[in-house]
Design a protein around this ligand. Structure first.
Ligand code: TXA
Ligand code: MG
Length: 328
């Protein structure tokens, strides 16, 4: 299959809608990462997305809508859900609610809940409006790879497997939405993201869900390997920074091609530096982009960790997974 990478003009949005109606997946930008869309009403369309990504069948997809007003068509509102939808949508957040029968079990992998998201991105919004139906979409990467934050990254993973990528340039947030269960009285953060526990405190005290060994996870995605670059990666916490130069030197002596992903000032040795910008927001925006750039010329990556607070917690969560738990 030929994969076309096209600008998101009205005629190409319409082309995308036509592909979705033929059960062919289409990639589109959002403010977090690129998504790989299917018509959420079509079991076959949804299956095609799982297949293109190589995604395990028990990991549910998020349903994307142009407007929070459409949520009632897919799910049962709760008072907490309404409050948070009003405050946070459109935005980089996914709310988990009890699903209505209109949502195909293929989307939710048989769960009785569904994740709903209204992206805050002009192209995503225009595309969803053009479609007029709910669009089920995971991140547009091959399963277990870093999420794509540019159209080129989607192409790298899915070339030949999907007909169309709508190019909206680089994503503003850079890591995926916060997934928040709002079926009860208290929000439960299932996946941390740009919307933090601190942000939620204005509405209700949030709980952060931790997967305990031996337990089956409340969010199926938690049990899979994620964001893995093609080479080995090691996390470097701020308090371990002084060990970095020696670790780099040693790995280079062993003949490894070593790169460092960090903010300027964190590392000043001879290994190539892939910038993570200045702020925690920069780190989020550049993390997946830099992982994909660095893996092409490295055997080993060292990755600077942010402080474990606020939005830094979400960035750290992605880095830990990308590094498969390895730390300096
Ligand atoms: O920012 C994002 O959320 C991006 C863009 C494209 O919208 N999408 C995304 O989708 O990251 P995906 O499929 O890569 O991650 C969805 C996560 C998975 O970990 C999945 O297990 C969880 O959300 N999830 C989806 N539906 C759920 C549900 N009903 N209950 C619990 N977790 C759910
Ligand atoms: Mg994903």
């Amino acid at each position: 299959m030929q994969t076309r990478l096209l600008p998101p003009g009205p005629e190409n949005l319409e082309l995308g809608r036509q592909f979705l109606l033929q059960d062919l997946p289409v990639a589109f930008p959002t403010e977090t990462v690129y998504g790989l869309g299917a018509d959420a009403r079509s079991e076959q369309g949804v299956r095609a997305v799982f297949e293109a990504k190589g995604r395990p069948a028990d990991n549910p997809l998020i349903v994307h809508l142009a407007d929070p007003g459409q949520i009632g068509e897919c799910a049962e509102w709760t008072p907490l859900g309404r409050t948070l939808a009003r405050a946070l949508m459109p935005g980089p957040v996914t709310l988990v609610l009890r699903k209505k029968p209109t949502v195909s079990p293929a989307v939710t992998a048989g769960l009785d809940t569904v994740g709903l998201r209204v992206p805050d991105h002009p192209v995503a919004h225009a595309f969803l409006q053009c479609c007029g139906f709910p669009v089920a979409a995971p991140s547009a990467n091959t399963s277990s790879r870093p999420s794509p934050t540019t159209a080129e990254a989607v192409l790298e993973d899915l070339k030949g497997r999907i007909p169309l990528i709508l190019d909206g340039g680089p994503c503003r947030v850079g890591i995926e939405s916060s997934v928040i269960d709002v079926t009860g009285d208290r929000p439960v953060i299932l996946r941390p993201g740009r919307v933090t526990a601190e942000d939620l405190a204005a509405f209700a005290e949030a709980e952060t869900y931790e997967l305990r060994p031996g337990e089956s996870p409340r969010s199926p995605g938690l049990k899979y390997r994620h964001y893995a670059p093609a080479c080995e990666a090691v996390l470097v916490r701020p308090e371990r920074r002084e060990l970095l130069e020696e670790a780099v030197r040693q790995a280079m002596q062993e003949g490894k091609r070593v790169s460092v992903l960090a903010r300027p000032g964190f590392y000043a040795g001879e290994a190539p530096l892939f910038s993570l910008g200045q702020t925690v927001d920069d780190m989020a925006r550049l993390l997946f982009f830099s992982l994909r750039a660095a893996e092409k010329e490295s055997d080993l990556l060292f990755v600077e960790a942010p402080e474990d607070s606020g939005f830094g917690r979400a960035v750290l969560n992605r880095m830990r997974k990308a590094c498969g738990g390895r730390e300096l």
